[in-house]
Design a protein around this ligand. Sequence first.
Ligand SMILES: CC(C)(COP(=O)(O)OP(=O)(O)OC[C@H]1O[C@@H](n2cnc3c(N)ncnc32)[C@H](O)[C@@H]1OP(=O)(O)O)[C@@H](O)C(=O)NCCC(=O)NCCS
Length: 206
Amino acid sequence: MNHWTKVQWQAADPRVSNGCASNAWKTMISRDITLRDGRVLHVRDSSLADEAELLQKFGRMSENDRYMRLMRVVRTPNMEYARSLLASLPQAGIGLVATVPAADGIDIVGSALAVFAKDRPSCEFATAVDAGYAGAGLASALMRLLMAEARRRGMQEMEGFVLSQNQPMLRLARRLGFSASYDPDDASVRICRKSLDEEITPTGPA
Ligand SMILES: CC(C)(COP(=O)(O)OP(=O)(O)OC[C@H]1O[C@@H](n2cnc3c(N)ncnc32)[C@H](O)[C@@H]1OP(=O)(O)O)[C@@H](O)C(=O)NCCC(=O)NCCS
């Protein structure tokens, strides 16, 4: 298993705490954000009840977006893994969803995830945004909230594994202050890394 696949299995263990204060993870994120085009979305922590909506979101993703997010061809999501990941939060990481009202209640149009490493105060990010909401600053906003919350939770570093061909994500990561170096084991992957030493404003320009 390549090391960048860890975000897909590691979160199954809900006991990870990284030495943070025992109740540090209890504060919840719940806020509205306004996109560049004026649309207002609600951003909050993910919950187990989001499973069906996250599945719908996956169904709306193009094959290319799925490939960029998961770094392999995935047509059917692994529901066992998805449930175990959702259940592991917030102890083992941070899950954020951006929602809009929909006929069935809500649609989740953006998500961001940070999975805590077990052995160091570092976490691995992933994010994905509905095509209909792309280019309006949603991923930038989710990543900023994710970084600020990760810092608050005691993380000192955030990293992510991004396909070299995923220029939109690499541009976004650089704008957010991440370095992007080649993965020594796999030239098709860039390792994006950022220290969380400095305070992060959860809103602001990408
Ligand atoms: C990569 C991805 C997450 C970007 O999401 P997004 O919401 O479109 O990202 P943002 O809107 O914050 O930024 C994207 C663009 O909008 C522009 N933008 C956003 N807000 C802006 C603002 N306020 N003013 C000017 N430009 C703005 C950015 O400059 C950027 O442009 P560029 O890529 O041409 O440089 C999204 O395309 C996606 O979900 N891709 C598939 C999954 C994936 O690749 N995930 C990453 C792997 S972890």
